[in-house]
Design a protein around this ligand. Structure first.
Ligand code: 13P
Length: 248
């Protein structure tokens, strides 16, 4: 059995005060949730405050990115050492917005992945095709390349992958359950070629316009093991609604 993960990616949203207000409302809504791992990735500026507020809760803390060196002359960057220092236990790596706006290649993503692992951070590794790649029939090739390059020299232990089709992010155009299942199945097949049997234990999250309304049907897909949520994670009641999807 793969334990579901429901993760919030706040992207570049929320000041510290807003993050605190979110938790005041959110924690009471989910404190008794035992069946899923709940994770929140606030912006860097709110991480330290959030780490203190989440310490005795059932909610994990993620950074949205990191740099692959431990320290040094890298102006503006945050290292894995700094993240573990403040009590962060997860990190999102390879998000399409970083690949698109900040030029992250599969090679950089892999370096970040290895750095995170060296320091014991759990990685939510994002992959996904663009609309033009999907229309050109390249979806599975793109996913295969992103996986094999991104997880080079990475073991399958604790691996979490987020499939986020770029065309579904922030657009309100969610993948249908069939599209999500088909992609997740192909991801698991690629993982089986690379890892064999342990691929069955890898959790594969879906991301792209997930809402409380569509969470049930997406989570019912056999290879969908969770969600990485952007817009709908910014409000406590809607994110709690996703955490509390129908588990029957
Ligand atoms: P939306 O849920 O806003 O589509 O964002 C998805 C995402 O990019 C999460 O990382």
């Amino acid at each position: 059995m793969r334990r579901p993960v429901i993760a919030a990616n706040w992207k570049m949203n929320k000041k510290i005060e807003e993050a605190q207000a979110f938790l005041d409302e959110f924690i009471p809504l989910v404190w008794n949730e035992r069946e899923v791992d709940i994770v929140i990735a606030p912006p860097f500026t709110a991480l330290y405050t959030m780490a203190n507020l989440l310490r005795i809760t059932n909610i994990g803390l993620a950074a949205q990115d990191l740099f692959y060196e431990d320290k040094g002359a890298y102006t503006g960057e945050i290292s894995p050492v700094m993240l573990t220092d403040i009590g962060c236990s997860y990190v999102i790596i390879g998000h399409s917005e970083r690949r698109i706006y900040f030029g992250e290649t599969d090679e950089i993503v892999n370096k970040k992945f290895r750095a995170a692992r060296r320091h014991g951070l759990e990685v939510i590794f994002c992959i996904g095709e663009s609309l033009s790649e999907r229309e050109a029939g390249m979806t599975f090739d793109v996913l295969k390349r992103q996986i094999s390059e991104g997880i080079r020299d990475i073991s399958s232990d604790g691996l979490i992958i987020a499939y986020e089709p770029v065309w579904a992010i922030g657009t309100g155009k969610t993948a249908t359950p069939d599209q999500a299942q088909e992609a997740h199945e192909s991801i698991r097949k690629t993982l089986s070629h690379l890892y064999g049997e342990p691929a069955k234990g890898v959790r594969i999250l879906y991301g792209g316009s997930v809402t409380p309304e569509n969470a049930d049907v997406l989570m019912a897909c056999p290879d969908v093991d969770g969600a990485l949520v952007g817009g709908a994670s910014l409000k406590a009641d809607s994110f709690a609604g996703i955490v509390k999807y129908n588990k029957q």
